[in-house]
Design a protein around this ligand. Structure first.
Ligand code: UN1
Length: 499
């Protein structure tokens, strides 16, 4: 596959695509589409210097003007949506609809950030002292490091970058080494803004191509005020203590093991469609993918029957073919992990449908699997683990209390859902004693969140929040200010102190 014309249209300097040692493969056919030169740690140090200088200049640009820059970036994304979406499909293996959806998610967060650029509100707080006023201000935090994963190679970065920029921060981005081309394309589009926007300092966006050593460097470097990392729980557990050791700030969006509870009153037609998208969509490679189905026993046989039918009809194939619903896994290692999990499920008494290798003509070296549906006798250690592949484990429950216990009895806490038409069941699920996840949905699956809400979850998911609501606060520092206009000096807490 020759990606050169596509990259050229996106403004990437194509003479550097064959300059190095890092092979970039398309999961569609496992062929090498570029060989990039990875960045050294010395280069990363220089990039951080530039980002620091950029921060000093950018923080003085008024926020609405910063928002104007993000607005223009969003417009560029609109113009290049088809090309960037196709590049996402080629580099991450997503079907076209999902590649385009990912770029739309970037556009949406840009729009959100533009609005936010006039709403970085602090509070005015009543002072206990006469002639005093208290207020809270939000100031830019500094350099924001972004470590992103292959499965959402551009949208998750955009959640961070769009917010960071309107907040007055600069961004140093280390994309997954499996998806560096989409990052180069985003950076090239960003650079093209310079023609219209002369306040744009060099270093407002730095991209670091390479492996874990660069993520470690960002975690260790004091110039990185906030490190936002998306990926596996293992990655988060490796980086977070390093950031904490220098008392830095991190935003972690790590693994999920997302479940749906299906109650007897559920609309099964809607439920089946929602389950299909959430479990099989993106070949099960979303952090929000549905991995566990907890079904009330009276409807379990019927629902499993319907799902077996649906699973059998899923078209697995080349993601660029509009008829395909499920594309490839990212690489052979991901396929091996899926096979291993299915073997373990069988050994633990599970009944497996699907999961077999699919041969896609012209793509024999790539890794295509039919999504698997697995009935498990109980929630074993395997089910409690996140396998980043299209495997849906089905468990049965008798009472909603039992379902909620099963639901929360996993280490992760990202996304969750319940399918019911019974108000008391849905309210219980959303209540304090219901789902323990950062995202809890009713009558939609756990994946496919909109950008307007805060995104993230608890426990092994890392606790960070990105994207909408007030997630922007994590990209700023708060100053509490007390102003005395009284001419006297009353002390707080009524303390008398003086000669
Ligand atoms: C991810 O998989 O890291 O909610 C992010 C969703 C998408 C984002 C997923 N909007 O499924």
């Amino acid at each position: 596959m020759d990606v050169t014309p596509l990259l050229a249209r996106l403004g990437v300097a194509t003479d550097e695509l064959e300059s190095g040692e890092l092979p970039v493969r398309s999961p569609i056919d496992a062929e090498v589409i570029a060989r990039l030169a990875p960045h050294s740690c010395a280069y990363a140090g220089v990039a951080l210097d530039r980002a620091q200088e950029a921060f000093f200049a950018w923080r003085e640009v008024p926020p609405p003007r910063r928002g104007d820059m993000v607005r223009q970036y969003g417009n560029l994304l609109r113009r290049h949506k088809a090309d960037l979406g196709e590049l996402v499909s080629i580099e991450a293996g997503k079907i076209r609809q999902e590649g385009l959806g990912e770029v739309q998610e970037m556009i949406d967060i840009c729009d959100f950030a533009v609005g936010l650029s006039r709403q970085l509100h602090g509070l005015t707080i009543a002072s206990e002292r006469p002639g005093h006023r208290m207020m809270e201000q939000w100031h830019p935090a500094g350099v924001v490091g972004v470590v992103s994963a292959f499965n959402f190679p551009v949208a998750v970065w955009a959640w961070n970058a769009a917010l960071a920029w309107v907040c007055g921060d600069s961004v140093v981005w280390k994309p997954s080494p499996r998806t560096p081309l989409t990052a180069l394309a985003c950076a090239a589009l960003f650079d093209s803004l310079r023609a219209e926007f002369d306040e744009l300092p060099q270093g407002l966006l730095e991209v670091l191509i390479g492996g874990n050593e660069l993520a470690t460097l960002l975690a260790d470097d004091r110039r990185v005020a906030v490190l936002s990392a998306t990926g596996s729980t293992a990655m988060g557990k490796a980086l977070a203590p390093r950031v904490a050791a220098r008392l830095g700030r991190s935003i972690l969006e790590l693994g999920g093991n997302n479940a749906a509870i299906v109650c007897p009153s559920a609309d099964l037609t809607l439920t089946e469609r929602a389950i299909l998208f959430a479990a099989a969509g993106t070949a099960g490679q979303r952090c929000t993918s549905l991995r566990r189905l907890i079904v009330q026993e009276s409807i379990a046989d019927g629902l499993v029957e319907r799902l077996r039918g649906a699973w059998g009809r899923i078209t697995v194939g080349n993601p660029l073919d509009p008829a395909t619903l499920v594309g490839p896994l990212i690489d052979a290692a991901a396929g091996a992990k899926m096979d291993q999990a299915l073997a373990e499920a069988r050994a633990a008494g599970g009944t497996v449908w699907g999961g077999e290798t699919v041969r896609v003509p012209g793509c024999e070296d790539a890794c295509y699997r039919r999504p698997a549906l697995v009935e498990m006798p109980e929630q074993t250690a395997l089910v409690k683990k996140e396998t980043f592949a299209p495997i849906l484990y089905v468990l049965r429950y008798r009472t909603l209390g039992e379902a909620l216990t099963l639901h929360n009895d996993v280490p992760q806490g990202l996304a969750s859902s319940i399918f019911t038409r019974d108000l008391t069941e849905s309210e219980r699920f959303l209540s304090t004693t219901g789902s323990d996840c950062g995202i809890a949905n009713v009558n939609i699956g756990p994946s496919g969140a909109e950008i307007g809400g805060a995104f993230g979850g608890e426990k092994d998911t890392g606790g960070g929040r990105e994207s909408g609501s007030d997630a922007w606060k994590a990209y700023m520092r708060r100053a509490t200010c007390t102003i005395n206009y009284s001419g006297a000096l009353p002390l707080a807490q009524g303390i008398r102190f003086g000669l």
